[in-house]
Design a protein. Sequence first.
Length: 537
Amino acid sequence: MTDTQAPDIAGTNPLAPAPEGVRTAADVVTPELVARLTKGVTGSGRTANHTPFTGEKLADLPESSPQDVREAFEAARAAQAVWAKVPVRRRAAVLLRFHDLLLERQAEVLDLVQLETGKARLHAHEEVQAVAVAARHYGRKAPAYLRPKGHTGAVPTLTKVTELRHPRGVVGQIAPWNYPLELSVGDALPAFAAGNAVVMKPDTETCLTALWARDLLIEAGLPDGVFQVVLGEGPVVGPEVVKHADYVSFTGSTRTGREVAVGAASRLVGVSLELGGKNAMLVLDDADVEKAAAGAVRACFSSAGQLCISIERLYVHESVADAFLERFAARTRAMRLGTSLAYGADMGSLVGERQLKTVERHVREAVSKGAKVLAGGVARPDVGPYFFEPTILDGVETSMSVCEEETFGPVVSVYRFRSDDEAVERANATPYGLNASVWTANTRRGREVAARLRTGTVNVNEGYAPAYGSVQSPMGGMKDSGLGRRHGSEGILKYTEAQTVAQQRLLPMAPSLGMTDEQYARFMSRSLRLMKALRFR
């Protein structure tokens, strides 16, 4: 990329002296705010978090020891025993009040999300949208999801069966850094509605956002003991959370997810895991290439590609590949990078040095082995220490790391195909199965192709937002992309234990009324045939 092609730089350094009226990190992360948000967070040590925009420290924070984690669980268990007795409609009402407060005070948390993750403001707003939708959904639907349900008994009319749902107790939640609002409190909301307490370990670098959400939930009416937060290094604090939880919710890498699953299995507690992805977008031969190019920018580069469901593999039919890539590359080159705490930038920063090194390694290796850079391809330290231009790579081969490893950055590889069958086969040829995207003018064809893809969600004519935002439907991964689902009935029922209560009336489930064993067996056999004929389930 030449200097004349470089993306514009929008905004100002949030930690440098700013023009009058422009907010800086010092304006947002005040000592008073940090003291308020960390009140009640147990921690005998000290740690800190930093902003990716400059790499400088944002706040000093308490750091939890294993003993602190145990104490947090003890406090959560005591609070949960009381919370579980609160009627479900009153618990759900807290979520609805939280929904309103979140939308009213969104500017506060947007600043925090940007400062802690480095993402552009519009991408931060995606988190506000997702959490508000989840709060509304479970605030409205939790009573229906959790109400006692009657079922047909073993002997109709004589056996009355009721399914009850009980909270699991204390949920241990380990949340990642990339979506610190949505993947922390967004996943905790249904657990609270179901009557659980939560002990959450957010990533330290993005914990102020999670703590802000906790503070807002308490303002909305959640008892403070029901929501505990512990901070510290993942290898130290994470296993302690798994060790004490009645259920574990984890979002993060596949490697760590396997370790969490082993820890939970050793204690015979349930676990849900939303893990990595190497997500594919298919542009079919009848796709509107202009719309597909615009959609690819959103799908590949939102939050600088640091999104589990973003697109890293782009399969384009050979008949439209040139036209599509011309438009996609032009749009990508025109993207504006920025650090301002305001709308306007198209993409922000990577979260830190490790992510930057992975992106640089993948791009450098691919180019050295013959891949061609159609856009981007270089770091931008002039904007911030961890900025990297949105990058399109053509000519990627299987020998290159970027082909199969998750990059988790603003890099997408392009591949051409000749038929739908080939595209589906290549898209499925990965151990991951989280999200996919299909672009076509024929929506029936798009849905048929979507059904053949081995991923938990598929979006037709969009990248990821429609499936993720449709919270009545389940979201999660197949294969190495995870276990369990968030959203919908599965997203709240996983936080409960099912109990069947069966009441037998009038006659026992045994020979009676003078029947011999043989007569009872014949009677039951005739009854079973009759129930099948009458289409009993």
